[in-house]
Design a binder for this molecule. Structure first.
Ligand code: GLN
Length: 541
């Protein structure tokens, strides 16, 4: 039977509960256990798919087509276990389910209430879709004390009782602020946050304390005393210079040991050799390349979380550090801005939505093509590259995307029909916005002899999608005659998935999001190859 570990957070948000959960998952895995990680999100949106990246950061897409919280990206990067729809739930989903049941009459005349009906739905979710896992690490979003989080905390309290000590464990992550004038780390916010949890009926088994400074022994003892814990159950979490050093750091502080102790499990020490290799290559690279990422949400890096990580992974594969220049695409809409791209060794245009900044991305794609700088277009970045090639190579000056309104030559148009397995999906411009994109894993067949075939080393691949528009196949001939090869297509030959320019040193656009599947210990081949091309470019400069 799976054991459940619930991870809550206190004091402030953004302490890295996601990373803590992911790192704990990795440690248990390194001890030979099978793990799953999931997240309970207290906000009311059904999923983050309709939220602005400025509000919520990146939307992480799973193979089975769910739009989920970006923490699922951490989970997958740290454990390699593909996330599923059943690994992320929100208040919006829970309430939709409860209300639908009420309308069907499933509650047989009962007054429907937060306890037990909403909490039952949460518990059902937590325990669903678990088979032979040894551990399920379940993170609760938000901070203890938030009104929205209460039903979730109540549900895990009940689960704690139902599963018993051998089936459930509670870990609470807090912050010890450093007061410079007193030269002291303060434990009071941690004490209060644990009290708050206790008042809800939850006694944490372990408290993990984020801190910028070493936590002195007396402070640890004090936290243990006030929080009703053993001294060993107070774990110090100091800042580290790369997130991939977190599993090793937590192990040294005894986190996974405490988990095994709690569940009374004898297990050999974890094998962390792969993590040590990853950190070494980040800390001791042989050199550096610079990549210009031309996007829209460049002031909030969480909006491109997986992308930033995948670039780092491409660096790991080449034993290099990757410096990223985040460039706002709108600057390329004014004259002379191209000089921002002069020094970079590769240009990447990531996924995006809407017209703002689109012309700047098209200008960046043109710069990369004409100056023979490696170019990597992802989703929107591929679509903009195709528009650029249509306008400036294939002689279609009116080329555009219908995402921005009607245009003379819709080289990129609304995706109205596609197949998923043996199901036909249909959309039109009146379809709802939530959850209706082409989402999740789809197969793609690559052309023999193409660069992409060489990059992947296989003929059929599967990658994750999240888009509403597609490259219009009616322009294929004109574009191919002009030098843009359609080197990857959906198996039915209907949807262009990959384009490349064979005459260019490295120019690839993909309709999918390869960054979602890259891992530090298994870098994605497209990122490995792109960074390698950037190294070649740096040698020419
Ligand atoms: N906005 C584009 C579309 O919907 C691209 C989406 C993306 O880059 N993820 O097709």
């Amino acid at each position: 039977m799976a054991r459940f570990i619930f991870v809550t957070g206190g004091v402030v948000s953004s302490l890295g509960k996601g990373l803590t959960s992911a790192a704990l998952g990795a440690l248990l895995q390194a001890r030979g256990f099978k793990v799953r990680l999931r997240k309970l999100d207290p906000y009311l949106n059904v999923d983050p798919g309709t939220m602005s990246p400025y509000q919520h950061g990146e939307v992480y897409v799973t193979d089975d087509g769910a739009e989920t919280d970006l923490d699922l990206g951490h989970y997958e990067r740290f454990t390699g276990v593909p996330s599923r729809r059943s690994d992320n739930v929100t208040t919006g989903q829970i309430y939709s389910k409860v209300i639908a049941r009420e309308r069907r009459g499933d509650y047989l005349g009962a007054t429907v209430q937060v306890i037990p009906h909403v909490t039952d739905a949460i518990k059902e979710f937590v325990r669903a879709d678990v088979t032979d896992e040894d551990f399920v690490v379940c993170e609760i979003g938000g901070t203890v004390g938030d009104i929205e989080g209460l039903p979730f905390l109540e549900a895990i309290r009940q689960l704690g009782n139902e599963l018993g000590r051998d089936g459930a464990m509670f870990i609470h992550l807090t912050l010890l602020p450093y007061i410079a004038s007193a030269g002291e780390l303060k434990t009071k916010p941690t004490q209060h946050s644990v009290k708050e949890l206790q008042s809800l009926g939850i006694q944490p088994d372990v408290v993990v304390c984020r801190s910028e400074h070493e936590i002195a022994e007396d402070a640890r003892r004090k936290i243990a005393l006030f929080c009703n814990l053993r001294r060993e159950a107070v774990i110090q979490a100091l800042d580290v210079d790369t997130i991939y050093a977190v599993p090793r750091a937590y192990h040294e502080e005894g986190l996974d040991g405490e988990v095994c102790r709690h569940f009374r499990i004898e297990s050999p020490a974890p094998d962390l050799a792969a993590w040590d290799r990853v950190t070494r290559s980040i800390q001791q690279p042989d050199g550096e390349v610079t990549i210009g990422v031309v996007g829209k949400y460049t002031t909030l890096l969480d909006a491109y979380k997986s992308l930033a990580e995948a670039l780092t992974h491409g660096g790991i594969a080449n034993n290099l550090s990757v410096k990223v220049n985040w460039l706002d695409s709108e600057i390329f809409e004014t004259d002379g801005a191209a000089q921002e791209l002069e020094g970079v060794h590769g240009i990447l245009v990531p996924g995006g939505f809407g017209e703002r900044g689109a012309e700047g991305k098209i200008a960046a794609a043109r710069f990369a093509r004409e100056r023979e700088v490696p170019y990597f277009g992802i989703c929107f970045g591929m679509q903009m590259a195709v528009i650029e090639a249509a306008r400036n190579l294939a002689g279609v000056p009116g080329a555009g995307s219908t995402e921005f309104g009607p245009c003379a030559d819709p080289v990129v148009g609304l995706l109205t029909e596609w197949t998923r397995g043996n199901l036909v999906e249909r959309r039109d411009d009146r379809s709802e916005l939530g959850g209706t994109m082409r989402l999740g894993a789809y197969p793609c067949v690559v052309e023999q002899g193409s660069r992409i075939a060489e990059v992947y080393g296989v003929r059929e691949l599967s990658e994750r999608h999240r888009h509403r528009y597609e490259v219009n196949i009616n322009y294929r001939k004109a574009l191919e005659d002009a030098g843009l090869r359609f080197s990857g297509m959906s198996p039915d030959g209907e949807l262009p998935e990959i384009v490349e320019i064979p005459a260019h040193p490295w120019y690839i656009g993909v309709q999918f999001h390869p960054e979602l599947k890259s891992k530090p210990f298994d870098p994605h081949p497209l990122f490995t190859s792109f960074i390698k091309a950037a190294v070649e470019q740096s040698r020419l400069m």
